[in-house]
Design a protein around this ligand. Structure first.
Ligand SMILES: Cc1ncc(C[n+]2csc(CCOP(=O)(O)OP(=O)(O)O)c2C)c(N)n1
Ligand code: SF4
Ligand SMILES: [Mg+2]
Length: 296
């Protein structure tokens, strides 16, 4: 990992905008142990965004960005929805797909990168809402898992179509009434983590974004596993505070409630035994590397 790709060519340094200069100066790109703790001090981890004030999607975005192991060799694939409002502020290469097509685009992109850069590790990460992942894009999502495409899918689950005013989604909870679904949801929330596990994902996690350490670990696990084994899936609860009638400071409490015992988002992690051994070995290597660095 290095800053090489974003470093300004010497001849152009004086004419580059100050914002870009600062972005390079504060970038975490060359830092081996970059992570959520860099949020707030690094310009590339989104200083400002155009979501509603206090929207948990904004902090989820920051944690995800801070957790990707190799940002300079990562491409995000987004889809239409509130998440797509953040992409213009993101200092990671990204593609905006047609709503619902994100996993098909990511499949082609990952394969093309493999052909173009056969000796380099390129990570493709899909970031899309629940409407895009489960409803309109479900076919593309599942087919990419069945085909064992080697990339990570992250679903920002706010349990409805937020960007278009609050329509019902497959991940909405039973009985919930939203502005555009006044009759209330008639069925249970679709069990997407279990579907992902049964559709060929090698690593699956479902959690809120209330605990940054955990989010970081899960995102790293998902990406490492996708490089070696095949598809991985992470479902993050990012409540739409606007639609559930909460204030901008109340998103965190909402997530804490949802992850407490009996809640819809109690932390879940599924992986095969092979993956468990692989992640354990990776953890041991990381610990040994940190210890060695400390003792230097
Ligand atoms: C092909 C297509 N169909 C429908 C839409 C309209 N549309 C835009 S955003 C959206 C819902 C997004 O919901 P979700 O994926 O859950 O993301 P959120 O806004 O909740 O973060 C829809 C239906 C569109 N832009 N393109
Ligand atoms: S509408 Fe909801 S999900 Fe979209 S930015 Fe606002 S709070 Fe976030
Ligand atoms: Mg949604």
């Amino acid at each position: 990992m290095s800053k090489e790709k974003i470093t300004i060519c010497e001849d152009l340094a004086d004419i580059m905008p100050p914002e870009y200069q600062e972005l390079v100066a504060t970038a975490t790109y060359g830092k081996e142990d970059r992570g959520w703790r860099d949020v707030g001090s690094s310009k590339e981890l989104i200083e400002s965004h155009s979501l509603c004030a206090g929207c948990p999607e904004s902090i989820a975005f920051r944690y995800v960005m801070a957790s990707v192991p190799a940002p300079e060799d990562t491409v995000f694939v987004g889809s239409t929805g509130c998440t797509s409002l953040v992409f213009p502020h993101v200092a990671i290469q990204n593609i905006h797909s047609l709503f619902g097509n994100q996993n098909a685009i990511a499949s082609g992109l990952h394969r093309a990168l493999k052909v173009r850069f056969p000796d380099q590790q390129k990570d493709v990460v899909v970031l899309a809402g629940d409407g895009a992942t489960v409803d309109i894009g479900l076919d593309m999502t599942l087919q990419s898992w069945f085909r064992q495409e080697k990339f990570t899918t992250i679903c920002f689950d706010n349990e409805l179509y937020a960007n278009t005013g609050g329509q019902e989604s497959g991940l909405m909870q039973r009985g919930f009434v939203s502005k555009m679904a006044p009759a209330g949801k008639l069925f249970d929330k679709v069990r997407l983590p279990e579907i992902a596990r049964e559709s060929g994902c090698h690593y699956v996690a479902c959690l809120t974004v209330s605990k940054p350490n955990r989010v970081e670990k899960v995102i790293k696990n998902a990406i490492y596993v996708s490089r070696v084994f095949g598809p991985s899936f992470v479902q993050l609860y990012t409540p739409c505070i606007l639609e559930i009638g909460k204030q901008s400071m109340e998103g965190l409490d909402e997530m804490k409630d949802a992850e407490s015992i009996g809640g819809r988002f109690v932390f879940k992690e599924y992986m095969t035994d092979e993956v468990k051994n692989f992640l354990k070995q990776k953890d041991d290597e990381d610990k040994a590397r940190k210890k060695a660095a400390k003792n230097k």
